[in-house]
Design a protein around this ligand. Structure first.
Ligand SMILES: Nc1ncnc2c1ncn2[C@@H]1O[C@H](COP(=O)(O)OP(=O)(O)OP(=O)(O)O)[C@@H](O)[C@H]1O
Ligand SMILES: [Mg+2]
Length: 502
């Protein structure tokens, strides 16, 4: 906080209207050099819109923007870049078939005196930037050989290398494992010391309290207030964001001990996972914990029928079943909320109504005719329960905020009313208020005797909700299963890193 310098960007009375939606109304926001400033608020509050207005992606309806005290116009993203503004969006864009150095110099390759591309100098300068930020990546490495986390670090390093004076991180930790988050925080610290201004958007409270100096809260397109991090706490912040007390959101009622619904016996798929055994009872939440990329998603995809297996059995209600594709999975009463929701879950150009019913049309149609009344009623029900922020359920999903799009995918699978719900990282990108709604919905399902399998890399969530946690390490190797009374965050992390078995 001591390193905080002069005000770098100031946004005054910003308004932004989309057809039928006032996304921003008289928003005031500013950030100083060397400051990490959090931008928080519920899904649909206007965070991404504010950032896109600053970055020249959207044009504001009214209001002023100042950079280093000078009033500026930012008609497009190139103008933003020229002013020293840079943003790392959640769906990172980087050329995967090129090396790290080529990505750094994309579009402006260095030439030597006789006009040839000067590879040595490019590698050298790129490596220097990576080293300076302590990023353990070789400048010559191809980007597609890097982990998602490393790719994100490389993008940040590139912005640093381009002398950006402001860096915006929109939910940067969504795809990162715990130790990678710590790496990211170190980089943020270095950039801060260099005087870079940083805007940090996240739904994870403890991250905000770890790295941010100040916090601005948006609600329904308005600025609620700006606070010093040292003068507030999680409860205070959440109640200002949500407008009500959320309480201890991870404590749900547990209903263990019902009859067995699903048994997985020695499921193997070469190169993806091996010897997976699992028993799931009515009313139970079975957690699967593992680092991103460890093979946890592959396991649940196979149970659902989305991927083939080499050997093993899936037993439902005591009977062995053959599940070869997702249609088999759905007809056997299994739903899967996939991790990669943008590509696997939504029809972006269609309405909320359409999307929520997408997996249930066979249940509400007769002789090829859809019961339109039921369709609307179900869509309204789940849209309300999940508090989707929208003028109407006729709205196209593409126009919703990121978090609200995710709520729609969750609504789609709840609407199917299956027996077994598999949730792969259900709350990434979802605001605290909506998270607690989702947990309440889960609790409701469990009380009706349904079962849940949940993948989460977020420890407070999985430890709070699961009755049992199976831990996976690299290559889909099962390190063991812990019962609720054995849960311990350090132990779970050690097991996930392959250092310890149960
Ligand atoms: N292109 C668009 N057309 C119509 N409405 C839009 C468009 N983009 C955003 N909106 C609306 O503007 C409001 C603010 O959305 P925004 O994406 O800024 O929210 P956010 O705070 O980033 O939420 P999240 O945490 O879910 O990402 C929402 O009501 C959203 O539906
Ligand atoms: Mg957003």
């Amino acid at each position: 906080m001591e390193s905080m310098g002069k005000e770098f960007v100031r946004m005054e009375n910003i308004c932004k209207e989309f057809p039928g939606v006032k996304a921003l109304q008289d928003v005031n926001f500013s950030v100083c050099s060397g400051e990490v400033h959090a931008l928080v608020g519920e899904n649909g509050a206007g965070k991404s819109t504010l950032i896109k207005t600053l970055m020249g992606v959207h044009q504001r309806t009214s209001g002023e923007i100042y950079v280093e005290g000078k009033k500026v116009e930012i008609p497009n993203p190139i103008a933003a870049q020229e002013l020293g503004l840079a943003a790392v969006y959640q769906d990172v864009t980087i050329a995967k078939h090129l090396s790290v150095a080529e990505n750094f110099f994309l579009g402006r390759l260095l030439k030597n005196k006789i006009g040839l591309v000067d590879w040595d100098r490019m590698y050298h300068e790129t490596q220097a930037a990576l080293d300076e930020l302590n990023i353990k990546v070789d400048a010559r490495q191809l980007v597609h050989s890097l982990s998602a986390a490393q790719q994100e670090m490389v993008i940040i390093a590139k912005k640093f290398f381009q002398h950006s004076k402001l860096l915006i991180l929109d939910e940067p930790t969504a795809l990162l494992a715990n130790d990678e988050v710590n790496e990211l925080f170190k980089i943020i610290q270095t950039l801060k010391e260099r005087g870079t201004a940083i805007i940090y958007i996240s739904h994870r409270m403890e991250e905000i309290f770890k790295v941010c100096d100040n916090i601005t809260i948006l609600k329904d397109g308005h600025t609620v207030t700006t606070l010093k991090t040292s003068e507030t706490d999680e409860n205070d912040l959440v109640s200002k964001m949500v407008g009500r007390d959320v309480g201890d959101m991870y404590s749900i009622e547990h209903f263990p001990g019902g009859e067995v619904t699903l048994e997985v016996k020695d499921l193997c798929a070469e190169g993806r996972f091996e010897h997976v055994n699992m028993t799931v009872r009515k009313g139970e939440v079975v957690g699967i914990f593992g680092l991103v990329g460890s093979g946890r998603s592959e396991i649940v995809r196979a149970i659902f029928g989305a991927d083939p297996v080499d050997s093993g059995e899936i037993i439902l209600h005591g009977k062995k079943v053959d599940i070869h594709n997702p249609v088999d999975g759905i007809h056997n009463g299994i739903s899967l909320l996939p991790e990669d929701r943008k590509t696997q879950g939504l029809a972006l150009g269609s309405s909320i109504t359409n999307n929520i019913n997408l997996a249930s049309y066979d249940l509400i149609s007769k002789l090829g005719f859809i019961n339109v009344g039921t369709e609307k009623q179900k869509a309204q029900k789940y849209s309300d329960k999940l508090r989707v922020v929208t003028p109407s359920i006729a709205q196209k999903v593409i126009n919703l905020s990121g978090g609200n799009q995710q709520k729609v995918v969750i609504g789609k699978w709840l609407c199917r009313e299956s027996e077994i719900f598999i949730f792969d990282e259900p709350t990434v990108g979802i605001d605290v208020g909506a998270k607690s709604e989702i947990y309440k919905l889960m609790e409701e399902l469990l009380s009706q005797g349904k079962s849940v399998i949940m993948i989460s890399s977020y420890l407070p969530e999985i430890m709070g909700l699961a009755d049992r946690i199976m831990v996976i390490t690299d290559g889909g190797k099962v390190m063991g299963t812990l019962e609720r009374e054995e849960f311990n965050d350090e132990r779970l992390l050690r097991m996930a890193s392959g250092l310890e078995t149960a």
